[in-house]
Design a binder for this molecule. Structure first.
Ligand SMILES: Cc1cc2nc3c(=O)[nH]c(=O)nc-3n(C[C@H](O)[C@H](O)[C@H](O)COP(=O)(O)OP(=O)(O)OC[C@H]3O[C@@H](n4cnc5c(N)ncnc54)[C@H](O)[C@@H]3O)c2cc1C
Length: 409
């Protein structure tokens, strides 16, 4: 097990500086344009693919970094550049993790490369779990996958919503109900290969922030996928379902509710790191502005009312990063999250991003309220962090339940 460290090693520092250079030179200058266009920034993704940032190799290297700091460092730097563009770059990785975590070696080898495409023909992937009536309450999911034994195919029907890259992805990873009696324990994940008939994009959402990231509904109408597209395989699924049925029987047949809430514990620090990146970006703009903007014959930072805000902003950002790094190290090294440390890191970092970006707007005064300065966009972008991958309320619920062992509602 790697020791927990608060310092990046030399190799990590080199990667961080390289990522920062890309964020500063390529992502940040393109941010305002793609925010206005509300479209996937394909040329930027292509550029990231050319230099090796948009690739399975790079992502896997960071994902398996034993210090746990590879992914948070990557997220922080890219999201420092711009949240919407960065999500377009890392959204595929979030779908790939679903396959890495649950897929067989063959599935990993077959599908993850198709999620990324290649330098000359980049592709993206989507992870589709949320539904119109199943957001926080994952157990209410309705999308159904039924096994057609004669053909060794799964038939999937339902509507997914809020899918990042939904409909424009080459590969979709879809979570569906295979046993409705088991609540979230009766779910399974499927690969929907490129060009599969029956999968289509529904509404594309016009959003408040992260507008360079494509978010849409995905409609699944009698989508047939081969048996080999069930992540982990049928044997493993049958074993898992049998265990869940035993447990449900022992619990008096009660439907297993909301168990999936805790399953994202290990991926939540990555979202926390995105939030740290956005918060740090806004803080830096505000600090710079406060030093140079003069009112009453002196820089506005000369007022404690402004300087203390900046002190609080930086303190919160550093505290958030520490929580994120701790949880990432725990996740990589298999440490049990006995106090829901993954949720804690996401909760604190996302609330920090919302607060810090609002303070940055305030420090820039009228300029902060315009699109001439980036903090207006950062403030809009930051609002997503307390919503996706589990809202702040759900993080608090997970933390409170973990601490108390009680079914707090
Ligand atoms: C831009 C964007 C991108 C996304 N990308 C993806 C993606 O790629 N794939 C995917 O599957 N999903 C994605 N999501 C979905 C996201 O994870 C959900 O929006 C989120 O889980 C919340 O679900 P909901 O929107 O249905 O809100 P709801 O669950 O309806 O919640 C509404 C409000 O009620 C509160 N609430 C609900 N239950 C409780 C409770 N028990 N106690 C206290 N408060 C509660 C919530 O905290 C929230 O404030 C994305 C969403 C957005 C906006």
């Amino acid at each position: 097990m790697a020791e927990f460290t608060m310092e990046l090693n030399d190799e990590q520092k080199e990667v961080r500086d390289w990522l920062h250079g890309f964020a500063a030179d390529v992502i940040r200058p393109a941010a305002a344009e793609w925010d206005e266009r509300e479209e996937t920034p394909w040329p930027v993704i292509q550029e990231a693919a050319k230099v090796g940032i948009y690739s399975l190799d790079f992502y896997a290297q960071q994902y398996f970094d034993p210090t746990g700091l590879g992914i948070p460092m990557t997220m922080e730097e890219l999201f420092w550049g711009d949240a919407g563009i960065a999500l377009s770059i890392v959204g595929t990785g979030l779908a790939a993790v679903g396959v890495l975590a649950n897929g067989t070696d063959e599935q990993i080898g077959t599908w993850i490369p198709q999620m990324y495409g290649d330098q000359n023909d980049v592709k993206v992937a989507a992870f589709c779990s949320s539904e119109p009536d199943a957001g926080s309450d994952v157990a209410s999911m309705r999308t159904r996958a039924v096994y057609d034994e004669a053909k060794d195919e799964w038939v999937i029907n339902g509507t997914k919503t809020w899918a990042t890259n939904g409909g424009i992805a080459n590969v979709h990873v879809v979570v569906a109900v295979v046993d409705p009696e088991l609540g979230s324990k009766g779910h399974a994940s499927f690969i929907v290969p490129p060009g599969t008939p029956g999968l289509s994009q529904g509404q594309k959402f016009k959003k408040h922030g992260i507008r360079a990231s494509h978010t849409a509904e995905v409609v699944l109408d009698d989508v047939r996928v081969p048996g080999s597209c069930l992540l982990g395989g049928k044997e493993k699924l049958d074993e898992r379902l049998a265990r869940a049925r035993e447990k449900a029987k022992a619990a008096g047949g009660e439907r297993v509710k909301n168990a999936a809430m805790a399953t994202f514990e290990a991926s939540r620090p990555a979202v926390g790191a995105m939030a740290v990146g956005t918060a740090r970006a806004a803080y830096e703009v505000a600090l710079d502005y406060a030093r140079t903007r003069e009112q009453f014959g002196r820089p506005i930072i000369d007022n404690q009312g402004v300087a203390f805000q900046l002190a609080d902003m930086r303190t919160r950002i550093d505290a958030a990063r520490l929580l994120v790094w701790r949880a990432s190290w725990m996740a990589v090294n298999g440490k049990p999250f006995t106090a829901a440390e993954g949720s804690m890191s996401k909760l604190f970092a996302s609330e920090t991003a919302k607060k810090v970006t609002a303070q940055a707007v305030q420090i820039l005064g009228g300029n902060g309220y315009t699109r001439e300065y980036p903090v207006e966009r950062m403030h809009r972008d930051a609002a997503i962090y307390t919503i996706f991958e589990g809202t702040s309320e759900i993080q608090r619920l997970v933390i409170a339940r973990t601490l108390s062992g009680m079914p707090i509602r």
